[in-house]
Design a protein around this ligand. Structure first.
Ligand SMILES: NC(=O)c1ccc[n+]([C@@H]2O[C@H](COP(=O)([O-])OP(=O)(O)OC[C@H]3O[C@@H](n4cnc5c(N)ncnc54)[C@H](O)[C@@H]3O)[C@@H](O)[C@H]2O)c1
Length: 271
């Protein structure tokens, strides 16, 4: 039977693959029998992620790789091509906020640490751009491939305090649309570029900001839930369906979109 959602055997390179969201997504792709290439910086975490994935698909592999280091990305590209002969998708999951690039409540914009701002923009925007440049060259040669980026609710409207990260994620939205057009026009419709924009999910970076040690929401966490019509934070597995759709042939005529996965946060005025 025809199955537009079949991603078995697809070679999916995923950065941030030992993190909360991209990490669980990588495991999901392995359960769908995709050949997942786990990229991360911590070898012990990579080893345990790969061990878990291999229970579902022995054809997965893992490499230590920094998304801001072009030579390490090029090395991985060579190894992946040696092993599989092609790459079907790059999922840019590495990223996150950094405390220094956030404006504390008891201060204001004019206290911004410019170096911290530069670091968070470099990680999120540069760390999405550089892997796309390196792995996208393969898409150019193949005339096929999918880029999937991670945006955020901070890209489209102001989330107080979160300054540098918001700038970077807004850049990712623009990059997604710009590159979708560029590659469709210069290479053809086989190469697509989309993004998902998760709402508020508990990760290591935001746990203390959104939840108390007893699991109850902090004041800020409660504000987020009040602005989320579903009245709760997201669960990692709730990004799987949207990401799967955008990687698969089911979304063949879709490029340049940023798909919110947010329990209604982005469409709710709060009133
Ligand atoms: N958790 C949320 O609520 C949320 C919401 C919206 C968007 N996002 C985005 O989703 C993506 C995944 O986030 P997460 O919640 O899983 O965060 P996470 O911190 O669990 O995972 C991010 C991963 O990126 C890795 N990383 C950081 N710098 C790197 C570098 N230079 N090279 C390689 N890897 C590097 C980290 O080691 C970590 O494993 C990020 O882009 C994040 O900004 C998260």
């Amino acid at each position: 039977m025809e199955n537009l959602f079949d991603i078995s055997g697809k070679v999916i390179v995923i950065t941030g693959a030992t993190g909360v969201l991209a990490g669980e997504l990588a495991q999901y792709f392995a359960r769908c029998k995709a050949n997942v290439v786990f990229l991360g910086r911590n070898v012990a975490k990579l080893d345990s992620a790969l061990e878990r994935a291999e229970k579902n698909n022995p054809c997965c592999c893992a490499f230590k790789c920094d998304v801001l280091d072009r030579s390490s990305l090029e090395h991985v590209r060579g190894e992946v091509l040696k092993k599989y002969g092609r790459i079907d998708a790059i999922v840019n999951g590495a990223g996150g906020n950094m405390p220094g690039a956030t404006i504390p409540d008891n201060s204001n914009f004019f206290s911004l640490d410019f170096d911290a701002w530069r670091a968070v923009v470099e990680l999120n925007l540069g760390g999405t751009l550089l892997p796309t440049l390196v792995f996208g060259e393969v898409f150019q040669a193949q005339k096929s491939g999918v880029v999937l980026n991670f945006s955020s609710m901070t890209a489209q409207s102001a989330v107080t305090r979160v300054f540098g990260y918001s700038n970077a994620k807004a850049g990712i939205d623009n990059f997604t649309k710009w590159l979708a057009v560029e590659l469709a026009k210069k290479i053809g419709e086989g190469v697509r570029v989309n993004a998902i924009a998760p709402g508020f999910f508990i990760s290591e970076q935001n746990r203390a900001l959104l939840t108390n040690p007893d699991g109850s929401p902090t004041q800020r966490g409660a504000k987020v839930m009040a602005k989320t019509p579903f009245g709760r934070f997201g669960k990692a597995e709730e990004i799987f369906g949207a990401a799967h759709f955008l990687i698969s042939d089911a979304s063949k005529f879709i490029t340049g979109i940023v798909l919110p996965i947010d329990g209604g946060f982005s469409c709710f005025s709060g009133v």
